[in-house]
Every structure is written in structure tokens, then in C-alpha cells.
Design a protein around this ligand. Sequence first.
Ligand SMILES: [Zn+2]
Length: 205
Amino acid sequence: MKWEKCCTPKEEGGLGLKNVHHWNKALLGKYTACLSTKKDHLWVKWVNHVYMKGTEWQDYSPPLDCSWSWKKIVHVKDKFKHGWLRSKTGSVPWRFMCWNPLNVPKTTFILWEAQQNRLLTLDKLIKMGMGQDSICFICGLEPETHSHLFYNCNFSKQCMQLLQAKLHIHFSAETMVHWFFKNRSKSALQKIVTAACFVGVTYAI
Ligand SMILES: [Zn+2]
């Protein structure tokens, strides 16, 4: 999994880890905001006196012999000036299952990988030159892919049907998200308990 994906917000399908490069730029951006708004701050006054000398911050370019840190602050200012912002990719519908507070953390991580087709199923291992046969170990009928393992394998189907019967609910893989978002006959607690059970079964499979 790409590090960039891990640093994407949880609602957009990432792990919500802090990207230290972006974090650093955001902190430097605070300095540029102070200079742009001409805050009544000792550091701003000092920078104006030593470096800028009356030049407008938006048009300022650093001298060649200035410090590395000052060049970086000016560089960040120029980047922000040209629209240097992260574009949002939209929220993923499975976020409520993945980041359910009742999930056991290890089950959350497996679900997160499964939703992005990143688990090392047999079809992937063969592409990596590991193993000869991609037929599903459980049913022995079809190649083990993500869609087969979690949705089409007879064993997975039976597990999900059994769980639905126990919880007195009914939905398919296609209508699951709709059930959680639109169903008004179940309370929020019933929904997060149901979601945690499904995530647990996905992990067990
Ligand atoms: Zn199977």
C-alpha cells in the first residue's frame, strides 16, 4: 500500500496518518499567514526589518545569502500563492464499517486492505511468482480472488447468511451500504454492533 494512501483521511479511504511533509508545510504556512496579515508579532517585525525592508510579502523573493529556513518559508508562500492545496477525493461508503468504534483493531486493518483489493489472495501470489495453483482452498471450485473470497465463495455466503439469520437482518453485499445508511428501523447502536459483527466475520474468512 502506498504511503500516500495511508496518509489520506479516513473518510476518503486512508488510515488518517499524518504526512510529516504536509504537516511541516502547514506549520511553515502559519509563518507565511502571520507575514501576510502583518501580525503584531516580534518575529514579524524582525523579518520586516532584516529581510523584507518594506517589500510586499506576496511579491517578496529571498536574497541568495539568506538562511535556509527563511528560503523555505518564502518557498512555501510561493507554493500557496499558486493554489497549493490537497484536493479531496470524496468519502468512501465503507468508512462507517472500517472505523466503527466497536471493531477490534486487527479486524479493521484487514477490512481496510480487503476493501482496496490489497490482501495477498492466491491470484496475487501467483502473479508475484509464489505458488502454482490459484484455486480457492475453501471450496476448491474457483480461483481465490477478493470478490470470490468475500462475496462468491459458498463458505463465505453461508457465513454471512448465518450471521444475518442470527441478527434477524437481511441484505446482500450490494445493498449493505444502503442498509446501514438508509435503514431507519434500527438504532445507531444496533447498526454499529451489526457492522462490527460483519467486520469480524470478514476477518475470520
Ligand atoms: Zn471458495
